[in-house]
Design a protein around this ligand. Structure first.
Ligand SMILES: [Ca+2]
Ligand SMILES: [Ca+2]
Length: 482
């Protein structure tokens, strides 16, 4: 096992209509042009309302390629865009600073307008080695930016809050002020929270959680899991999910409902949304169950088993690596396994998060079992759900019934997630191809482009531009030719 780590979603007229429209659209699009977290908004729905995005480009001739920035040799995180900058995780194989050599996790910041490198934060690998921090995988967390502060998880299992201006504002923001490197290309740490030291997490192979925010709290998966024997769970008392105060970095609540039942690792990332009138954090955990919590208190509200009772790990029982998507009181998620485990049977669910207790039966809206193992997050809109699987199929399902309208075989493994924007669905694969399909019940392929190397991530839209990374480069794609 390894390499699973990122997986790893307007208008104005009368005042009344405006309010309705704003409330409806706010659910899945940040609305201001930036894309400040994985999925754009806390519900993680892979949908954007942005218009006039390119459907065709060419990385060789540079048609519709606004700029290209160089990354390390493996890049599993997804970019986020905020404050005129693009942030993305990678490894240190493009060593930008000889003082920070060797294998490290790296978070890089680029200028959004032209891709110029601004600053980076690097993290040496954990001394424990590959059990907790697999070589050359880099930073696999997709950051969260709120205002001037960026949050992410390093390869060392540390949650960090950074000043997005770094030291370019000539100010060392604190409480943390002990940075050894304080140049224009270095990162300014505000606070950090070590999940290994503070809550006893034993991350299996890599920490990868992408933070999500509501109010004063940010939520993270700990990635706590098995050791290299794939039998022992060294830290069965460590939580699966934690809530930190975003200003102080202090632990507010934690939950461990999984204990010694972790099948492997815990690489899903939490989502936040209002379900049945209650603000909930939804977390997909290492025993293959999805759980909903009251966001402010951590009170567990419901739990749902995504595996048939007669399934057997690892042949037919799956873990959860995809991110849960919250849409109109329903949680959409598929289960699957670490890509290193290969292909196998999968399950996709729509779960009614207004129910309470063990809702495996009572909360089942529908179950789609024609999907293979999946680490992809869903896109939900206009009564349709798009979800892909590791075997390379993109499925278009009815959001209310789970009925399949069509599927498309990308002919290569899919790690990333389908992204719906401007009436089109974009999806990348391990061969580096990005397919563009028409949004709708009728199957129609619009385009396919190759990015030059494997695409593990998902299309990210911001301010009229599409961002996507392959293994070693970050592309900004826009209609530059008329
Ligand atoms: Ca600063
Ligand atoms: Ca600082």
């Amino acid at each position: 096992m390894r390499l699973t780590f990122h997986k790893p979603s307007a208008a104005f007229a009368l005042v009344a209509l405006m309010c309705v429209a704003a409330a409806r659209l706010a659910a899945s699009d940040p609305g201001k042009g930036d894309w400040p977290m994985w999925g754009g908004t806390p519900d993680r729905n892979q949908v954007s309302n942005m218009k006039n995005v390119p459907t065709e480009w060419d990385v060789k001739t540079k048609k519709n390629i606004k700029w290209v920035a160089e990354l390390g040799s493996q890049s599993y995180g997804n970019p986020v865009v905020a404050g005129g900058m693009v942030f993305v995780g990678t490894n240190n194989e493009l060593m930008r600073d000889p003082k920070q050599g060797g294998d490290r996790g790296v978070l890089m910041a680029f200028r959004e307008s032209d891709g110029q490198f601004l600053w980076q934060q690097t993290h040496p690998k954990l001394e424990a080695g590959r059990a907790n921090d697999w070589p050359f995988q880099g930073v696999a967390s997709s950051p969260l930016v709120e205002g001037e502060i960026l949050y992410y998880v390093s390869n060392r299992g540390v949650v960090l809050a950074l000043d997005i201006q770094g030291f370019r504002d000539n100010e060392n923001d604190g409480p943390f002020k002990d940075e050894k490197l304080t140049g224009q290309n270095d990162a300014d740490v505000i606070w950090s929270f070590d999940m290994i030291e503070e809550v006893g997490s034993y991350p299996h192979n890599l920490s990868n959680s992408s933070p999500v925010v509501t109010g004063d709290l940010i939520f993270l998966s700990t990635s706590n899991g098995q050791d290299e024997s794939h039998v022992h769970i060294p830290s069965p008392r460590a939580p699966s999910i934690i809530a930190l105060n975003k200003s102080t970095g202090k632990l507010v609540w934690e939950d461990n409902s999984v204990e010694e039942r972790i099948l492997h690792g815990q690489w899903s990332t939490p989502s936040v949304g209002t379900i049945g009138g209650v603000l909930q954090v939804v977390s997909a955990q290492g025993d293959g169950w999805v759980r909903g919590y009251e966001a402010q208190t951590g009170k567990k509200l419901w739990e749902f088993d995504t595996n048939p009772k007669d399934s057997v790990w690892p042949r037919t029982r799956n873990e959860l690596i995809a991110t849960p998507v919250i849409y109109q009181d329903v949680v959409y998620i598929a289960n699957g396994q670490d890509p290193e485990h290969g292909e196998g049977v999968g399950h996709m669910y729509a779960i009614d998060g207004t129910k309470r207790g063990d809702i495996t039966k009572t909360g089942l809206v529908w179950h789609f079992d024609k999907i293979r193992r999946s680490i992809s997050t869903a896109a939900v809109a206009d009564g349709l759900v798009y979800v892909s699987d590791f075997s390379g199929y993109l499925h278009c399902l009815d959001a209310k019934t789970g009925q399949e309208y069509w599927n498309h075989d990308l002919l290569a493994a899919v790690w990333g997630s389908p992204f719906l924007i401007d009436g089109k669905v974009y999806l990348g694969d391990e061969d580096g191809d990005i397919v563009v399909m028409a949004h709708g019940k009728e199957k129609k392929q619009l385009a396919e482009m190759n990015m030059g190397s494997a695409v593990y991530g998902t299309i990210v839209p911001a301010n009229g531009v599409l961002f996507i990374n392959n293994r070693s480069q970050l592309f900004a794609i826009a209609n530059t030719t008329k």
